[in-house]
Write a new protein. Structure first.
Length: 372
């Protein structure tokens, strides 16, 4: 019988956490966040702090003001960052929260994008809610298939299996006429919502993408503070003890895998609508590696770190690929970007999100004592 993750027997919690839940009599019922071990190490506090709420809200307000003062280039750059932030948040649910490092996450991004194009009407604008739902459902369906098989492996084997499934999807679109082959396929007409919201309009698409990011961030923030999120955090810290406590961890991991795939499909849908074009390179393993770098750069295990990583990675890429800023080095932007990320990871092991705490922990110089 599967226990309710919201109410755990003390003996089971002790088994999962490696100790006795303090202050609870034997056989009583306590919340899973009580005690030590995985729950205490990984669970979030029940009520969000003021700072954790204000920072995303301030950032959202700043982004919402961009169309009122910025030009087309800056607005397009922000849209790119917003879409990549959604993609990074989807992988954060797997790698940062559940401890499942995947090198095949780009497959869900690409499938969501291809679904938006292939399922769109040949003539006329498609329904925005229908096309969005179909894109996310297609990505979630493939995630269910991949997760059902790959989650039976662990560690490096899980990474290689997810990579293999992503490459399989890549070659299906690349080597067949399903999606136009290696040339890709175009989206004829961008979707709209009942004639009110037309994504052909630059500002309309900007606010729609920004709203999608806000919903994604809010959904994941609420999920991580829920019983389900606490279970995922416990699995990341010590899955064996979670199973010893009676949790069927496979089901939790599969649910997280499918949800992450659906959110990646959302990002793919936005890319397809923004560009009006998709090609198989969206499913390549390099895209999976890129989004993983964003998480490492921003700080693995934090939603704000995923957004920050997408922001900094995109800005660095724009900087190093611009001849106006770096001159001839723009032709070798991959080299300079790689060296910069290596320097960041070497000096900030917790990512950019952990930099303030790292600075606070810096040891102060000890003054020499006066001789007596």
């Amino acid at each position: 019988m599967t226990p309710n993750p919201g109410r755990v027997n003390v003996s089971a919690a002790a088994a999962a956490t490696g100790g006795v839940v303090a202050g609870a009599p034997a056989g009583s019922i306590v919340p899973p966040s009580a005690g030590g071990g995985p729950w205490a190490a990984a669970s979030r506090p029940g009520a969000p702090s003021i700072a954790s709420m204000l920072v995303p809200l301030i950032g959202l307000a700043l982004l919402a003001s961009v169309p009122f003062f910025a030009g087309e280039y800056l607005q397009d750059l922000v849209v790119k960052i917003v879409i990549l932030a959604i993609f990074a948040l989807s992988l954060e649910l797997l790698a940062g929260t559940t401890g499942l490092v995947s090198l095949g996450h780009a497959a869900f991004l690409g499938i969501g994008a291809y679904a938006a194009v292939l399922l769109a009407p040949k003539t006329g604008a498609g329904s925005l809610p229908v096309m969005l739902a179909l894109s996310m459902l297609c990505a979630a369906a493939y995630a269910l298939f991949v997760g059902a098989l790959s989650l039976r492996t662990r560690g490096v084997y899980f990474i290689m299996v997810t990579l293999a499934f992503a490459q399989m999807a890549y070659f299906i679109f690349h080597d067949t006429k399903l999606g136009g082959g290696s040339d890709g396929i175009y989206l004829n007409v961008k979707p709209m919502l009942a004639g009110v919201l037309d994504l052909k309009d630059r500002n309309a698409f900007y606010f729609f993408a920004l709203g999608a990011l806000a919903v994604t961030y809010g959904l994941l923030a609420a999920l991580l503070r829920s019983r389900f999120g606490h279970a995922l955090a416990g699995i990341r810290v010590n899955e064996q003890r979670m199973r010893a406590a009676g949790f069927r961890t496979y089901g939790y991991k599969l649910a997280a895998f499918v949800l992450a795939g659906a959110l990646a499909g959302l990002a793919g849908f936005l890319i397809a609508v923004r560009d009006g074009f998709v090609n198989p390179e969206m499913l390549a393993w390099q895209e999976s590696g890129t989004v993983l770098l964003m998480l490492i750069l921003g700080g693995l295990g934090h939603l704000r770190g995923a957004v920050l990583g997408a922001l900094v990675f995109t800005l660095l890429k724009e900087l190093y690929s611009s001849e106006g800023w770096v001159g001839p080095l723009a032709d070798h932007w991959q080299l300079t970007l790689g060296l910069t990320i290596i320097a960041f990871v070497a000096t900030m092991p917790k990512g950019l999100i952990g930099l303030p705490a790292q600075l606070r922990r810096r040891p102060r110089p000890v003054e020499a004592a006066d001789d007596e």
